[in-house]
Design a protein around this ligand. Structure first.
Ligand code: XIL
Length: 299
């Protein structure tokens, strides 16, 4: 195959990319994105601050620019993200307790209703665990509403759109030996045992010198899949874009039948949130990097 999306489709998977609405008018960007990828995530446009800038007033202008571009070009869409401590609008940051809990529920219902039946996977909850060795939840205004906020979010999401796969998504959870990974594992195991509706776990996979790729990532994917959830690599970027590391990540997904696909977090290095790390698959002139070829050959 000659594109990442077509190559991934050979094994029933997708190869996706994060898209920024304001870059779609850049023809180099848009043509690479359309040619190579068959799944799309909005990099920022479906987040809480973008979709509900004032309480109860939803705005899908930029989210729909990405959604419509994706569907018109035959791509599936990962929804990102409904409940998160970051990129909350000011009104939500100032809420607490039962008012914040209700605002979270209303937000999930409002966004999921707009896209009902149209989203392959939703990142229902993003980044709820703390870094480091504690294995604890991250402190946040949402956590302070009660630690059941995560399962409430998933139950709300299931009722709002039963057709979407519901994912928990986080970073620094790729290394099987890390406390954060084990804490996430215990939560998913508990959810499955108690019937809390969760379908998938997203591994962001932002690899750098502080949180490098480790070959036990495959074990992590296998262990979560064995709990009865799908897994996905949702925001892949690798500091320096080592071709061998990119190929290893792809091979880890291919080795796990419940790995749905891989999404890279941007098109060209200049489009990356960490552009100084040159972590992506395309150069700024649109040409393919060595990491691109390594990924294509691995698929
Ligand atoms: C990042 C975007 O790439 C940036 O443009 C934005 O300024 C901050 O958020 N984890 C996530 C993503 O789940 O939503 C983040 O995206 C990167 C880390």
């Amino acid at each position: 195959e000659s594109t990442l999306g077509a190559a991934a489709a050979q094994s029933g998977r997708y190869f996706g990319v994060a898209i920024a609405a304001n870059r779609l008018s850049d023809s180099t960007y848009a043509s690479i994105a359309n040619r190579e990828f068959n799944s799309v995530t909005a990099e920022n446009e479906m987040k809480i601050d973008a979709t509900e800038p004032q309480r109860g007033q939803f705005n899908f202008t930029n989210a729909d620019r990405i959604y419509n571009w994706a569907v018109q070009n035959g791509k599936e869409v990962r929804g990102h993200t409904l409940a998160w401590h970051s990129q909350q609008p000011g009104w939500m940051q100032s809420l607490s307790g039962s008012a914040l809990r209700q605002a979270m529920i209303d937000h999930i219902n409002g966004v999921m209703a707009h896209y009902k039946g149209k989203i392959a996977q939703w990142d229902v909850v993003n980044e709820a665990f703390a870094d480091g060795s504690s294995g604890a939840r991250r402190d946040s205004n949402l956590e302070r509403t009660g630690s059941d906020w995560i399962e409430v979010a998933f139950r709300t999401a299931r009722a709002a759109d039963p057709s979407a796969k519901l994912c928990y998504n986080d970073y620094n959870v790729e290394n099987w030996t890390w406390a954060k990974t084990q804490a996430m594992y215990r939560m998913v195991k508990d959810f499955k045992q108690r019937g809390v509706p969760i379908d998938c776990v997203g591994f962001q996979s932002h690899f750098n010198s502080g949180s490098p790729y480790n070959s036990n990532f495959r074990t992590t994917l296998q262990e979560f899949a064995a709990l009865g959830v799908d897994v996905a690599i949702t925001e892949l970027d690798i500091q320096g874009a080592s071709p061998t590391t990119y190929a290893a990540v792809v091979n880890d997904c291919l080795a796990v039948s419940r790995c749905l696909g891989v999404t890279v977090w941007g098109v060209r290095d200049m489009d990356s949130w960490r552009s100084g790390d040159t972590p992506l698959l395309f150069n700024n002139d649109g040409s393919k990097k060595a990491a691109y070829t390594a990924v294509l050959n691995a698929l």
